[in-house]
Design a protein around this ligand. Structure first.
Ligand code: MSP
Length: 518
């Protein structure tokens, strides 16, 4: 059994409707995993929902539903959402599933037996919105707490704690020795700065049932439920455990009830997350894994946050971008294209409707769409849709772009990869202007030149379909279909120049991205 390339996203809180931020994370994860698949790796892609905790409980109460009924209703919406984004996940975890809860409890029992936990009284501040304890250090110079914490109350309660005291130095060493463990670099520096300038406080891993009921029962003491973050992070290994990952099962001494085809997944190759939850993934999660005797993930990749028109998106302002509405109007690939092309993973982004329309019209409709449409229309008109003999005028341009795209995909530089691919789109559109096949067609003496131009244009479109597949899977398949090719353009090796054979009959050209008046 060979280990698969294993990629995860954060699991979303199920206390509202999905928005642009959630969609963005899933799309970049999907592009990364499709690229690996195209490059020949076996992959496993996990996403899902974080269903426990106070926020979810409160949202359920506000709707007059039990937390489980509330989660079940919303889970259908979220699963449908993932499907509409064209995301190719292999599994969808819900933290209320028995397969997940059992693993969380097994881990808690094991870590408790090994002496990692202790119980103590806490007296201090608590933010319900963030479900977190606050200290004097969290106060701002004027004594108040950041509004992002919501209402902060005083609290006195006994809880179980996970000892973090001796863990700081090895983690600093690990992050320093493995520069790719936390990416991008500025986030890595942020984590190192935090670890070097603060003493890690032990992590409170329970909440009393008397205050919060909606959580995984703490197996050591029935008066408590498990802290939602301890529960949620474990999804990254509970799903592999349910699929029979041998390393996880032996480390935890756990055996799930039925496994048909065991998969080897752990360690994760990439956890794709937003910048706001980096501390949980780059500090607490590695410490939890080390305590369990499991290897650390190879990479935590933190993306930036989206705003709209320069402002934070929020329901109250009414400025939330609804991905489904955009997809209905413009198509899923137009949405995928915009969010990946607009910003580098490392940076924050700003959605504007105008910017979206501009990229749609100039890069998709006038750029890629126009190239395919005129290339195929001319091939039909002048050569009855039959591909002329192989010609290599654009081969070197294509080969350069193929090589650059491969490197960029391997480094998860998605925006840069799209820019490189579009340099080939522009080169080919420029080639149409230079060769002017519509003029060559008028002169029978220039038949060989016309053949050459038509071959190069059709072949560039074929190569583009293969390069674009991870980003725009639907469009790539449509390009293949219009070229009269069967199967999906999902193997990077097919991007080699010269794939279209002389005499091959292409299909009917249909506009990929109809131009819209704005
Ligand atoms: N449930 C936790 C994650 C647990 S992972 C073990 C959580 N959920 S969330 O629903 O609040 O956020 C889910 C993901 O969406 C996070 O990675 C977060 O950074 C991302 N985004 C939420 N809003 C966003 C933007 N406005 N822009 C980009 N991503 C954003 O945190």
């Amino acid at each position: 059994m060979s280990k698969r390339f294993y990629l995860t996203t954060a699991i979303d809180y199920v206390n509202g409707e999905p928005h642009l931020g959630h969609a963005y994370e899933k799309i970049i994860a999907d592009v990364i995993v499709r690229a690996r698949r195209s490059l020949g790796e076996e992959t496993f892609f996990l996403t899902g929902l974080d269903e426990h905790g106070q926020k979810v409980e409160q949202a359920a109460v506000a709707e007059g539903k039990s937390p489980q009924a509330y989660c079940d209703d919303l889970a259908d919406i979220w699963k449908g959402f993932v499907g509409k984004l064209g995301v190719s996940n292999d599994d969808f975890v819900r933290t209320t599933q028995p397969r997940h809860k059992e693993v969380v409890q097994a881990i808690l029992s094991k870590l408790h037996a090994e002496g990692h936990f202790y119980k103590r009284l806490y007296e201090g501040f608590y933010s319900t919105r963030e479900e977190t304890f606050l200290t004097e250090k969290d106060r701002r110079p004027d004594g108040s707490f950041d509004p992002s914490y919501g209402e902060v109350t005083r609290l006195k309660e006994e809880n179980y704690y996970f000892k973090l005291g001796d863990q700081q130095q090895w983690l600093i060493d690990h992050i320093e020795r493995n520069p790719s463990f936390v990416q991008p670099d500025h986030r890595r520096n942020e984590v190192l700065g935090f670890l070097k300038h603060n003493v890690l406080e032990d992590l409170c891993i329970t909440r009393p049932v008397a205050r919060l009921n909606w959580g995984i029962p703490f197996p050591i003491d029935t008066n408590y439920v498990t802290y939602v973050w301890f529960d949620a992070l474990v999804n990254y290994i509970s799903v592999p455990a349910a699929h029979g990952d041998p390393g996880i099962l032996s480390a935890l001494g756990y055996q799930p009830s039925s496994i048909n085809h065991p998969l080897s997944l752990w360690p994760a190759d990439i956890h794709v997350i937003g910048k706001d939850i980096i501390k949980f993934h780059a500090v607490y999660w590695p410490i939890m894994l080390k305590a369990m005797g499991l290897p650390l993930p190879k990479q935590v990749l933190a993306h930036g946050w989206w705003q709209r028109d320069g402002e934070k998106m929020s329901k109250s302002t009414g400025n939330v971008v609804d991905p489904i509405a955009v997809i209905k109007e413009w198509g899923v690939d137009a949405f995928r294209f915009y969010v990946v092309r607009e910003l580098d993973i490392a940076s924050d982004g700003n959605w504007t409707d105008e910017g979206f329309r501009h990229r749609y019209n100039s890069e998709l409709a006038d750029g890629l769409g126009n190239l395919l449409n005129r290339s195929l229309s001319m091939l039909r008109r002048y050569r009855n849709g039959l591909v002329p003999p192989v010609s290599n005028v654009l081969a070197a341009d294509a080969e350069r772009v193929v090589a650059e795209t491969r490197d960029l995909l391997q480094g998860n530089r998605l925006q840069a990869a799209l820019m490189t691919i579009w340099s080939l789109v522009s080169r080919a559109n420029q080639y149409v202007e230079q060769t002017a096949p519509f003029k060559l067609a008028k002169d029978p003496a220039k038949a060989a030149q016309l053949d050459e131009a038509l071959y190069n244009l059709a072949e560039v479109c074929r190569v583009l379909a293969v390069l674009l597949w991870p980003f725009l899977p639907e469009t790539a398949a449509r390009i293949y279909g219009q070229l009269g090719l069967t199967g999906a353009p999902d193997k990077f090796s097919e991007a080699r120049w010269g794939g279209l054979a002389a005499g091959h009959a292409i299909g009917t050209p249909v506009a990929l991205f109809p131009k819209k008046e704005t």
